[in-house]
Design a protein around this ligand. Sequence first.
Ligand code: SF4
Length: 343
Amino acid sequence: MLPPTEDPERGGTGRLLVRLSNWLGDVLLARPLLHALRRALPEAEVAAVGPAALLELLRADRTIDRAEAWPAPGGGREDLARRLRAWRPTAAVVLPPSFSSALFAWQTGAPVRIGFRGEWRDALLTHPFLRPARGELHLSGEYLALGGPLGAAAGPLPALEPPPEARERAAELLSRRGLKGAPYAILGPGASYGPAKRWAAERFAALGRALAGRGLGVLVCGNGAERELCLNVAAEVGGGALALAGETDLGLQAGLCEGTAVAVCNDSGLAHLSASTGAPTVVIFGSTSSAWTAPLGPRVRIVQRAPVCAPCFRRTCRIGYRCLTAVEVGEVWRACAEAGAAT
Ligand code: SF4
Protein backbone atom coordinates (compact mmCIF):
# COMPACT_ATOMS: atom_id res chain seq x y z
CA MET A 1 0.00 0.00 0.00
CA LEU A 2 1.24 3.46 -0.85
CA PRO A 3 1.79 6.07 1.83
CA PRO A 4 -1.08 8.46 1.00
CA THR A 5 -0.58 10.44 4.16
CA GLU A 6 2.11 12.44 5.81
CA ASP A 7 1.99 10.10 8.76
CA PRO A 8 0.79 6.62 7.69
CA GLU A 9 1.11 5.26 11.22
CA ARG A 10 -1.73 7.51 12.32
CA GLY A 11 -4.04 5.82 9.82
CA GLY A 12 -4.47 8.71 7.45
CA THR A 13 -4.14 12.41 7.94
CA GLY A 14 -3.42 13.11 4.31
CA ARG A 15 -5.22 15.10 1.67
CA LEU A 16 -6.64 12.97 -1.07
CA LEU A 17 -7.86 14.40 -4.35
CA VAL A 18 -10.35 12.47 -6.49
CA ARG A 19 -11.05 13.73 -10.01
CA LEU A 20 -14.50 12.41 -10.92
CA SER A 21 -16.05 12.02 -14.34
CA ASN A 22 -18.41 14.67 -15.72
CA TRP A 23 -21.19 12.11 -16.35
CA LEU A 24 -23.92 11.28 -13.85
CA GLY A 25 -23.76 7.52 -14.40
CA ASP A 26 -19.98 7.36 -14.09
CA VAL A 27 -20.01 9.47 -10.93
CA LEU A 28 -22.55 7.14 -9.32
CA LEU A 29 -20.38 4.18 -10.33
CA ALA A 30 -17.53 5.88 -8.45
CA ARG A 31 -19.47 5.70 -5.15
CA PRO A 32 -17.98 2.29 -4.21
CA LEU A 33 -14.50 3.82 -4.57
CA LEU A 34 -15.39 6.90 -2.51
CA HIS A 35 -16.88 4.78 0.27
CA ALA A 36 -13.88 2.45 0.17
CA LEU A 37 -11.45 5.36 0.45
CA ARG A 38 -13.42 6.70 3.40
CA ARG A 39 -13.21 3.31 5.12
CA ALA A 40 -9.50 2.89 4.36
CA LEU A 41 -8.48 6.44 5.27
CA PRO A 42 -11.01 7.67 7.82
CA GLU A 43 -8.91 10.64 8.88
CA ALA A 44 -7.86 11.77 5.44
CA GLU A 45 -9.37 14.92 4.00
CA VAL A 46 -10.95 14.00 0.67
CA ALA A 47 -11.49 16.61 -2.02
CA ALA A 48 -13.54 15.66 -5.06
CA VAL A 49 -13.49 17.55 -8.34
CA GLY A 50 -16.49 17.24 -10.66
CA PRO A 51 -19.61 19.05 -11.86
CA ALA A 52 -21.18 20.98 -8.97
CA ALA A 53 -24.61 19.33 -9.28
CA LEU A 54 -23.08 15.87 -9.12
CA LEU A 55 -20.98 16.73 -6.08
CA GLU A 56 -24.11 18.07 -4.37
CA LEU A 57 -25.86 14.78 -5.09
CA LEU A 58 -23.11 12.91 -3.23
CA ARG A 59 -23.28 15.13 -0.14
CA ALA A 60 -25.35 12.78 2.02
CA ASP A 61 -22.81 9.99 1.46
CA ARG A 62 -20.30 11.93 3.62
CA THR A 63 -17.41 10.53 1.61
CA ILE A 64 -16.24 13.97 0.48
CA ASP A 65 -14.94 16.73 2.75
CA ARG A 66 -14.28 19.31 0.10
CA ALA A 67 -16.33 19.65 -3.10
CA GLU A 68 -14.53 21.51 -5.88
CA ALA A 69 -16.71 22.28 -8.89
CA TRP A 70 -15.09 21.56 -12.23
CA PRO A 71 -15.25 24.82 -14.20
CA ALA A 72 -16.80 25.11 -17.65
CA PRO A 73 -14.32 25.11 -20.57
CA GLY A 74 -12.27 28.26 -20.72
CA GLY A 75 -13.07 29.37 -17.20
CA GLY A 76 -10.97 28.85 -14.13
CA ARG A 77 -9.29 25.47 -14.46
CA GLU A 78 -5.87 26.96 -13.81
CA ASP A 79 -7.23 28.79 -10.78
CA LEU A 80 -8.69 25.56 -9.44
CA ALA A 81 -5.40 23.72 -9.94
CA ARG A 82 -3.59 26.57 -8.17
CA ARG A 83 -6.02 26.48 -5.25
CA LEU A 84 -5.61 22.76 -4.87
CA ARG A 85 -1.85 23.06 -5.14
CA ALA A 86 -1.94 25.41 -2.15
CA TRP A 87 -3.99 22.74 -0.32
CA ARG A 88 -1.04 20.34 -0.94
CA PRO A 89 -2.76 17.06 -1.88
CA THR A 90 -0.78 14.01 -0.85
CA ALA A 91 -2.32 11.78 -3.53
CA ALA A 92 -4.67 12.12 -6.51
CA VAL A 93 -6.90 9.48 -8.05
CA VAL A 94 -7.89 10.34 -11.60
CA LEU A 95 -10.98 8.53 -12.90
CA PRO A 96 -11.46 10.04 -16.39
CA PRO A 97 -9.09 8.53 -18.95
CA SER A 98 -8.39 11.85 -20.71
CA PHE A 99 -5.01 13.51 -21.06
CA SER A 100 -6.38 16.76 -19.60
CA SER A 101 -7.51 15.14 -16.36
CA ALA A 102 -4.04 13.61 -15.79
CA LEU A 103 -2.48 16.97 -16.58
CA PHE A 104 -4.79 18.60 -14.03
CA ALA A 105 -3.68 16.15 -11.33
CA TRP A 106 -0.06 16.87 -12.16
CA GLN A 107 -0.76 20.63 -11.97
CA THR A 108 -2.11 20.26 -8.43
CA GLY A 109 1.30 19.04 -7.32
CA ALA A 110 0.04 15.76 -5.85
CA PRO A 111 3.16 13.62 -5.45
CA VAL A 112 1.17 10.38 -5.99
CA ARG A 113 -1.05 10.34 -9.10
CA ILE A 114 -3.05 7.22 -9.92
CA GLY A 115 -5.05 6.72 -13.10
CA PHE A 116 -5.59 4.65 -16.21
CA ARG A 117 -2.86 4.40 -18.80
CA GLY A 118 -3.31 5.89 -22.25
CA GLU A 119 -3.74 9.05 -24.29
CA TRP A 120 -0.07 9.99 -23.81
CA ARG A 121 -0.65 10.55 -20.14
CA ASP A 122 1.44 7.82 -18.53
CA ALA A 123 4.29 10.23 -17.85
CA LEU A 124 1.92 12.47 -15.88
CA LEU A 125 0.94 9.62 -13.57
CA THR A 126 3.12 8.00 -10.94
CA HIS A 127 0.90 4.90 -11.01
CA PRO A 128 -0.54 4.31 -14.49
CA PHE A 129 -2.88 1.30 -14.50
CA LEU A 130 -3.50 -0.86 -17.52
CA ARG A 131 -7.26 -0.85 -18.03
CA PRO A 132 -8.95 -4.20 -18.71
CA ALA A 133 -10.88 -4.70 -21.94
CA ARG A 134 -14.33 -3.06 -21.81
CA GLY A 135 -16.73 -5.29 -19.89
CA GLU A 136 -14.08 -7.61 -18.45
CA LEU A 137 -14.56 -5.82 -15.14
CA HIS A 138 -17.48 -3.62 -14.11
CA LEU A 139 -16.61 0.07 -14.31
CA SER A 140 -17.14 0.47 -10.57
CA GLY A 141 -14.54 -2.29 -10.11
CA GLU A 142 -12.12 -0.49 -12.41
CA TYR A 143 -12.49 2.65 -10.31
CA LEU A 144 -12.12 0.66 -7.11
CA ALA A 145 -8.90 -0.86 -8.42
CA LEU A 146 -7.43 2.64 -8.79
CA GLY A 147 -7.92 3.10 -5.05
CA GLY A 148 -6.21 -0.22 -4.29
CA PRO A 149 -2.75 1.31 -3.73
CA LEU A 150 -4.35 3.55 -1.10
CA GLY A 151 -5.96 0.62 0.69
CA ALA A 152 -9.44 0.89 -0.86
CA ALA A 153 -11.29 -2.44 -0.91
CA ALA A 154 -14.81 -3.52 -1.81
CA GLY A 155 -17.45 -3.21 0.87
CA PRO A 156 -21.10 -2.36 1.44
CA LEU A 157 -22.68 0.39 -0.63
CA PRO A 158 -25.49 2.32 1.09
CA ALA A 159 -28.41 3.71 -0.86
CA LEU A 160 -27.99 7.22 -2.20
CA GLU A 161 -29.98 9.64 -0.07
CA PRO A 162 -31.55 12.60 -1.81
CA PRO A 163 -31.00 15.91 0.03
CA PRO A 164 -33.81 16.52 2.57
CA GLU A 165 -35.02 19.64 0.78
CA ALA A 166 -35.20 17.66 -2.47
CA ARG A 167 -37.35 15.06 -0.76
CA GLU A 168 -39.69 17.83 0.35
CA ARG A 169 -39.85 19.24 -3.16
CA ALA A 170 -40.60 15.78 -4.55
CA ALA A 171 -43.46 15.35 -2.08
CA GLU A 172 -44.75 18.80 -2.91
CA LEU A 173 -44.63 18.13 -6.67
CA LEU A 174 -46.47 14.83 -6.28
CA SER A 175 -49.10 16.49 -4.12
CA ARG A 176 -49.53 19.34 -6.61
CA ARG A 177 -49.95 16.84 -9.46
CA GLY A 178 -52.57 14.81 -7.60
CA LEU A 179 -50.28 11.93 -6.64
CA LYS A 180 -49.93 12.51 -2.89
CA GLY A 181 -49.55 9.10 -1.25
CA ALA A 182 -50.37 7.35 -4.53
CA PRO A 183 -48.11 4.73 -6.10
CA TYR A 184 -46.39 5.79 -9.29
CA ALA A 185 -43.95 4.51 -11.90
CA ILE A 186 -41.19 6.39 -13.69
CA LEU A 187 -40.42 5.92 -17.37
CA GLY A 188 -37.13 7.19 -18.79
CA PRO A 189 -37.40 6.88 -22.59
CA GLY A 190 -34.41 9.12 -23.32
CA ALA A 191 -30.67 8.52 -23.54
CA SER A 192 -28.35 11.35 -24.56
CA TYR A 193 -25.86 8.93 -26.07
CA GLY A 194 -27.98 8.26 -29.15
CA PRO A 195 -30.68 6.08 -30.70
CA ALA A 196 -28.69 2.87 -30.22
CA LYS A 197 -29.51 3.21 -26.54
CA ARG A 198 -33.16 4.15 -26.95
CA TRP A 199 -35.92 1.54 -26.80
CA ALA A 200 -38.89 2.55 -28.97
CA ALA A 201 -41.09 5.31 -27.54
CA GLU A 202 -44.24 3.39 -28.47
CA ARG A 203 -43.07 0.40 -26.42
CA PHE A 204 -42.44 2.67 -23.45
CA ALA A 205 -45.97 4.00 -23.94
CA ALA A 206 -47.42 0.47 -24.09
CA LEU A 207 -45.61 -0.41 -20.88
CA GLY A 208 -46.86 2.83 -19.31
CA ARG A 209 -50.45 1.91 -20.19
CA ALA A 210 -49.98 -1.50 -18.56
CA LEU A 211 -48.57 0.13 -15.42
CA ALA A 212 -51.40 2.67 -15.35
CA GLY A 213 -53.80 -0.24 -15.70
CA ARG A 214 -52.49 -1.52 -12.38
CA GLY A 215 -53.38 1.76 -10.74
CA LEU A 216 -50.00 3.47 -10.93
CA GLY A 217 -49.49 7.10 -11.80
CA VAL A 218 -46.94 7.44 -14.60
CA LEU A 219 -44.16 10.04 -14.62
CA VAL A 220 -42.18 10.32 -17.84
CA CYS A 221 -38.83 11.79 -16.89
CA GLY A 222 -35.65 13.00 -18.55
CA ASN A 223 -33.59 16.08 -19.24
CA GLY A 224 -34.67 19.21 -21.08
CA ALA A 225 -33.49 17.91 -24.45
CA GLU A 226 -35.78 14.92 -24.01
CA ARG A 227 -38.89 16.94 -23.24
CA GLU A 228 -40.63 16.44 -26.57
CA LEU A 229 -40.00 12.70 -26.47
CA CYS A 230 -41.36 12.53 -22.92
CA LEU A 231 -44.41 14.64 -23.81
CA ASN A 232 -45.19 12.25 -26.67
CA VAL A 233 -44.80 9.17 -24.50
CA ALA A 234 -46.98 10.68 -21.77
CA ALA A 235 -49.64 11.60 -24.34
CA GLU A 236 -49.63 8.04 -25.68
CA VAL A 237 -49.90 6.59 -22.20
CA GLY A 238 -52.85 8.91 -21.54
CA GLY A 239 -54.84 8.74 -18.33
CA GLY A 240 -53.09 11.67 -16.71
CA ALA A 241 -49.51 10.51 -17.28
CA LEU A 242 -47.15 13.40 -16.58
CA ALA A 243 -44.14 14.48 -18.61
CA LEU A 244 -41.62 16.01 -16.19
CA ALA A 245 -38.57 16.15 -18.47
CA GLY A 246 -36.77 19.45 -18.07
CA GLU A 247 -38.71 20.35 -14.90
CA THR A 248 -36.55 18.46 -12.43
CA ASP A 249 -33.02 19.02 -11.16
CA LEU A 250 -30.96 16.06 -10.01
CA GLY A 251 -31.95 16.31 -6.35
CA LEU A 252 -35.66 16.48 -7.13
CA GLN A 253 -35.33 13.63 -9.60
CA ALA A 254 -33.56 11.54 -6.95
CA GLY A 255 -36.40 12.32 -4.54
CA LEU A 256 -38.95 11.13 -7.10
CA CYS A 257 -36.92 8.01 -7.90
CA GLU A 258 -36.61 7.08 -4.24
CA GLY A 259 -40.38 6.78 -3.90
CA THR A 260 -41.22 5.10 -7.17
CA ALA A 261 -42.90 1.70 -7.38
CA VAL A 262 -40.64 1.01 -10.34
CA ALA A 263 -38.49 2.93 -12.81
CA VAL A 264 -38.02 1.66 -16.35
CA CYS A 265 -35.25 3.40 -18.22
CA ASN A 266 -32.80 3.06 -21.04
CA ASP A 267 -29.13 2.80 -20.13
CA SER A 268 -28.91 6.42 -18.98
CA GLY A 269 -28.03 8.66 -16.06
CA LEU A 270 -31.64 8.44 -14.88
CA ALA A 271 -31.33 4.64 -14.62
CA HIS A 272 -28.19 5.02 -12.49
CA LEU A 273 -29.87 7.60 -10.29
CA SER A 274 -32.94 5.47 -9.69
CA ALA A 275 -30.90 2.32 -9.01
CA SER A 276 -28.66 4.18 -6.56
CA THR A 277 -31.60 5.22 -4.41
CA GLY A 278 -32.55 1.56 -3.99
CA ALA A 279 -35.73 1.82 -6.08
CA PRO A 280 -36.81 -1.14 -8.23
CA THR A 281 -35.19 -0.26 -11.54
CA VAL A 282 -35.41 -2.00 -14.90
CA VAL A 283 -32.75 -0.99 -17.40
CA ILE A 284 -32.95 -1.73 -21.12
CA PHE A 285 -29.57 -2.04 -22.80
CA GLY A 286 -28.96 -1.69 -26.54
CA SER A 287 -25.53 -1.19 -28.07
CA THR A 288 -23.63 -0.89 -24.80
CA SER A 289 -22.39 -3.43 -22.27
CA SER A 290 -24.34 -4.21 -19.12
CA ALA A 291 -21.36 -6.21 -17.92
CA TRP A 292 -19.41 -2.96 -17.89
CA THR A 293 -21.85 -0.27 -16.84
CA ALA A 294 -24.99 -1.80 -15.35
CA PRO A 295 -26.37 0.57 -12.71
CA LEU A 296 -25.62 -0.38 -9.12
CA GLY A 297 -28.45 -1.01 -6.72
CA PRO A 298 -30.13 -3.76 -4.74
CA ARG A 299 -33.22 -3.97 -6.99
CA VAL A 300 -31.90 -3.64 -10.53
CA ARG A 301 -32.95 -5.85 -13.41
CA ILE A 302 -31.24 -5.65 -16.78
CA VAL A 303 -33.04 -6.44 -20.01
CA GLN A 304 -30.63 -7.04 -22.85
CA ARG A 305 -31.13 -9.08 -25.97
CA ALA A 306 -27.59 -8.96 -27.24
CA PRO A 307 -27.23 -10.14 -30.83
CA VAL A 308 -23.80 -11.28 -32.02
CA CYS A 309 -22.91 -7.71 -32.95
CA ALA A 310 -23.40 -6.47 -29.35
CA PRO A 311 -21.95 -4.66 -27.60
CA CYS A 312 -20.80 -2.38 -30.42
CA PHE A 313 -20.95 0.87 -28.38
CA ARG A 314 -22.27 2.69 -31.46
CA ARG A 315 -24.61 5.66 -31.08
CA THR A 316 -26.50 4.77 -34.24
CA CYS A 317 -26.98 1.46 -36.03
CA ARG A 318 -26.62 0.60 -39.69
CA ILE A 319 -28.30 -2.80 -39.46
CA GLY A 320 -31.66 -2.06 -37.88
CA TYR A 321 -31.19 -1.78 -34.10
CA ARG A 322 -31.81 -5.48 -33.61
CA CYS A 323 -30.51 -5.26 -30.01
CA LEU A 324 -33.45 -2.97 -29.17
CA THR A 325 -36.23 -4.22 -31.43
CA ALA A 326 -35.78 -7.71 -29.96
CA VAL A 327 -36.81 -6.44 -26.52
CA GLU A 328 -40.56 -7.01 -26.16
CA VAL A 329 -42.89 -5.16 -23.81
CA GLY A 330 -43.83 -8.39 -22.04
CA GLU A 331 -40.23 -9.10 -21.18
CA VAL A 332 -39.80 -5.67 -19.62
CA TRP A 333 -43.08 -6.13 -17.74
CA ARG A 334 -41.79 -9.38 -16.25
CA ALA A 335 -38.54 -7.67 -15.30
CA CYS A 336 -40.55 -5.08 -13.36
CA ALA A 337 -41.96 -7.86 -11.19
CA GLU A 338 -38.50 -9.41 -10.77
CA ALA A 339 -37.10 -6.06 -9.68
CA GLY A 340 -39.65 -6.01 -6.88
CA ALA A 341 -41.96 -3.44 -8.42
CA ALA A 342 -44.96 -2.64 -6.26
CA THR A 343 -47.50 -3.24 -9.06
S1 SF4 B 1 -24.75 -3.17 -34.46
FE1 SF4 B 1 -25.87 -4.63 -33.18
S2 SF4 B 1 -25.43 -4.00 -31.05
FE2 SF4 B 1 -24.86 -2.32 -32.38
S3 SF4 B 1 -26.64 -0.97 -32.40
FE3 SF4 B 1 -26.81 -2.34 -34.18
S4 SF4 B 1 -28.02 -4.09 -33.51
FE4 SF4 B 1 -27.34 -2.98 -31.68
